[in-house]
Design a protein around this ligand. Structure first.
Ligand code: AMP
Length: 194
């Protein structure tokens, strides 16, 4: 099963992707987490990415697409598929992902979009800052990340909508309730895809 979880920063994608991955035996591939571990390990990729990340801007597509391709290939070998969290984030990334999948004669099963209003997102991210202290959760960077999201990421919902893959899920409320909504959709695909 190959799923994409879309939604603004702070929508709870990480938590929900983890729960979905556990439920269906998928790899949880978070582009943000992968980038943060590349940075922590001091790799070339990590060094190239850090300036963009600290400014709340997107890391260039070509770096992200090849990084994710590696992780997706491993998930295809070792698990029942993957749930992508934070990728794709631009139209270019979405098209590159489609091309890669088409080369392997495969495709995405569904794109789940967590719908959360901006004011809720800002409130959640300021709470997270105290708990997890991510440098890009500083108030001015949060606003930049939201702007980046609206300009570059939100338009890909329409792209997936046209392909008939998009399922919108209310991302407001308790974690368990949201999880149940997502799992219900996932179950439709779990039966028919290996
Ligand atoms: P996240 O943890 O998903 O909020 O990502 C943190 C930061 O990593 C983002 O603000 C971007 O700078 C970078 N990043 C993560 N995923 C992507 C992506 N798919 N494309 C470009 N930049 C990304």
């Amino acid at each position: 099963m190959r799923l994409v979880l879309l939604g603004p920063p702070g929508a709870g994608k990480g938590t929900q992707a983890e729960l979905l991955a556990e439920r269906f035996g998928l790899a949880h591939l978070s582009s943000g987490d992968i980038l943060r571990s590349e940075r922590a390990a001091g790799t070339e990729l990590g060094k190239k990415a850090q300036g963009y990340m600290d400014a709340g801007q997107l890391v260039p597509d070509e770096l992200i697409v090849s990084m994710m391709a590696e992780h997706m290939a491993r998930a295809e070998r070792e698990q029942a598929g993957y749930v992508l969290d934070g990728f794709p984030r631009t139209q270019g990334q979405a098209e590159a992902l489609d091309r890669q999948l088409a080369e392997q004669s495969s495709r995405l099963d569904a794109v789940l979009e967590l719908k959360v209003a901006d004011d809720v997102v800002v409130r959640r991210l300021s709470g997270r800052r105290e708990k997890e202290s991510r440098t890009d959760d500083a108030p001015e960077v949060v606003c930049q990340r939201l702007t980046t999201y609206h300009e570059q990421t939100a338009p890909i919902s329409a792209y997936y909508g046209e392909q008939g893959l998009l399922k919108e899920v209310d991302g407001d409320g308790e974690i368990e309730r949201i999880r149940d909504r997502l799992v219900e959709i996932g179950q439709v695909f779990a039966g028919s895809c290996g």
